[in-house]
Design a protein around this ligand. Structure first.
Ligand code: ZN
Length: 463
């Protein structure tokens, strides 16, 4: 039987409505969204008094294993002064985890995401090998551990299988990267295709994409080979680009091209392409990104943590480039904090307020919430991010009496959600119609946290 969710407020078409129902079929598809009186089919009624219901948020960029690193890399003694030295402790974390621990850590990361109203994760997965660099019998073992973790939590996942070939232009191999490496493009594609086919037989909440790690880690011919394969299968293609100034210098030294000019030359700049970070942009690059209709995957909570820099979201939006959001290093799991940080950074840079307001013709909170929902769906090729008939019922509810948003007038509510609410206000979360969080609790929460605690105990404070 269909279920008719009847919250106090329902977010559709950019605003909150009273006396609306979201009707969901038994297979988890949205049947109708509209005034309660217009619901024609017989459905069991699930009233949600004191709740507002919104489309689930989409986190396009996660490295779930890095959840184990939280708390271990906030001092210079442990992780040095910058992004490049931070990578060393991150590599030690990657080398330390067993396959079962990768599952336990991913479950913790995805549990935290679910409790924060995130219903889809794009997992940029680059752990492929054993800690000694030898292959597992199944080259997709670790990818499947992460998928298994997402399935266990109930979150939708797009597994973006990552290619990682080298330390960088004219750099000697880094032993810290030994679990990431796939030196041969043809072998990489065979393994990727195997995983793609296996995922095709999995539930619809698991899909597949490709992720050449970066211009630094994947040389030009390899990149050309795997991106043309991705295009032939119409896959989402994600890549770290222009996170740090040194990457730009290395790219120019190797190819006499800036990163986005190189990607343009290779034909990568299409609507299927998402450039993660894209912070240190060079003259002429934004125009090329806009022409290609690419998405930029901003990860402000990680970018501020790593000292990466500030995204010029204002210039990108004005040029028509789509922006989506990611958690990345899991230093903080809060999609709305990522959204508001885009704007906050620009206020500090320009000494102005409401910098992004009105761009693309949208009020500021609606624009930022779109980045956390619709833009993410576009980037990951998932049919979610809005509540419309025929789409999967991925949504979350919030407690309207939560202190951060209490007293909001309906027309202020989205502003207060985007600028002031924490994940603690989130009560129910559904993926494909299945409630995976009920009254702020996940049914496996205690077990997931305990397993993660054991991993952290084994790793200890030092890596
Ligand atoms: Zn990343």
């Amino acid at each position: 039987m269909n279920i008719s969710y009847q919250p106090e407020l329902l977010f559709v078409d950019g605003r909150f409505h009273q006396h609306y129902a979201l009707e969901v079929s038994s297979d988890g598809t949205i049947v109708s969204v509209g005034p309660i009186a217009q619901s024609r089919t017989e459905a069991s009624i699930h009233k949600l008094p004191g709740r507002a219901l919104l489309p689930g948020m989409i986190d396009i960029h996660s490295h779930s294993f890095q959840r184990a690193l939280r708390g271990k890399a906030e001092s210079r003694r442990r992780s040095g002064p910058d992004f490049w030295s931070w990578r060393n402790i991150m590599y030690r974390c990657a080398l330390a985890l067993t396959p079962e621990e990768i599952y336990d850590v991913a479950r913790m990361a995805f549990l935290e995401m679910a409790l924060a109203g995130i219903t889809t994760v794009g997992e940029f997965h680059y752990l492929h090998r054993t800690p000694t660099g030898s292959p597992y019998d199944d080259p997709n073992l670790l990818a499947k551990q992460v998928i298994r973790a997402a399935d266990s939590v109930g979150i939708r996942i797009v597994l973006l299988r990552c290619a990682y070939v080298r330390s960088g232009f004219e750099l000697s191999p880094d032993p810290g990267q030994i679990r990431f490496l796939e030196l041969d493009a043809e072998k990489f594609l065979r393994d990727a295709d195997t995983l793609r086919n296996e995922i095709a037989a999995m539930p619809a909440t698991v899909t597949f994409g490709l992720a050449p790690h970066s211009v630094r880690a994947v040389p030009r011919e390899y990149l050309r080979t795997i991106s043309s394969w991705a295009h032939s299968h119409a896959l989402p293609l994600h890549m770290h680009v222009a996170e740090q100034p040194a990457e730009i210098d290395a790219c120019i030294a190797e190819y006499t091209l800036t990163p986005f000019h190189l990607l343009d030359q290779l034909g990568l700049l299409t609507p299927d392409f998402t450039a993660i970070h894209a912070i240190h942009l060079q003259p002429g690059e934004i125009e090329r990104m806009a022409l290609g209709k690419i998405t930029v995957g901003a990860c402000p909570t990680t970018e501020r943590n790593l000292g990466d820099g500030i995204l010029c979201a204002d210039e990108l939006i004005d040029a028509g480039v789509s922006i989506a959001l990611g958690t990345d290093s899991h230093t903080q799991t809060d999609a709305l904090e990522n959204a508001r940080e885009l704007e906050s950074n620009l206020r500090l840079r320009h000494l102005q307020r409401a910098v992004l307001d009105g761009r693309q013709g949208e009020p500021l909170p609606a624009l930022l919430f779109d980045f956390a929902t619709r833009s993410g769906a576009r980037s990951l090729h998932v049919d979610t991010g809005t509540l419309e008939p025929g789409k999967p019922a991925d949504f979350f509810t919030i407690d309207l009496s939560d202190c951060a948003i209490a007293g909001s007038l309906p027309e202020e509510l989205l502003t207060n959600i985007v600028f002031s609410m924490s994940p603690g206000a989130i009560r129910d979360v559904a993926v494909a119609g299945k409630l995976i969080v009920n009254h702020s609790q996940h049914p496996q929460q205690v077990e997931i946290i305990e397993a993660f605690r054991c991993v952290q105990q084994r790793l200890g404070a030092e890596l």
